[in-house]
Design a protein around this ligand. Structure first.
Ligand code: SF4
Length: 137
């Protein structure tokens, strides 16, 4: 599987691609970051299916980042299930509101830029309250 480089290092981008607005923005953000050369987007479903090539690529990467729409953090948990600790970005912790966020190019660009600048807000206890809930839409 092809991997992309940043400063000579491999960085793989995993996204939840959820059905909700924030899940779609996560997906579009990952695609933009990949097109911009920030890293290489891969298939999260393949990680969830424990397909060896994808799992080994993640384990061998210099950096894995996950982009999740909400605190359920499906992408992050997929990585953790294979023993990889990613750099996690959760869009509801970056100011987006699940179910109330328009899917626009402007928002995708803003989130992409913030990830590049690594300016994620620190998780709060309130944010964590969504953990363990289900359903994406
Ligand atoms: S529940 Fe949240 S983290 Fe999981 S796929 Fe849906 S938006 Fe993404």
């Amino acid at each position: 599987m092809a991997e992309c480089c940043s400063g000579g290092k491999t960085r793989i981008i995993h996204t939840c691609s959820g059905a909700s607005d924030v899940g779609e923005i996560a997906d579009k953000t990952a695609r933009k970051l990949s097109k911009d050369g920030y890293g290489n987007m891969t298939c999260l479903a393949a990680i969830g299916a424990h397909l060896s090539g994808f799992v080994e690529s993640a384990k061998g990467a210099d950096e894995n980042i996950t982009i999740d729409g909400c605190p359920v953090a499906c992408a992050k948990k997929n990585l953790e299930h294979i023993g990889v600790t990613p750099k996690s970005y959760i869009l509801t912790e970056m100011g987006l509101v699940k179910g109330k966020t328009p899917i626009t190019e402007k928002i995708v660009t803003e989130i992409s830029n913030r990830i590049k600048e690594k300016k994620q807000k620190t998780r709060t206890d309130a944010d964590k309250s969504g953990e363990g809930s289900c359903c994406c839409g």
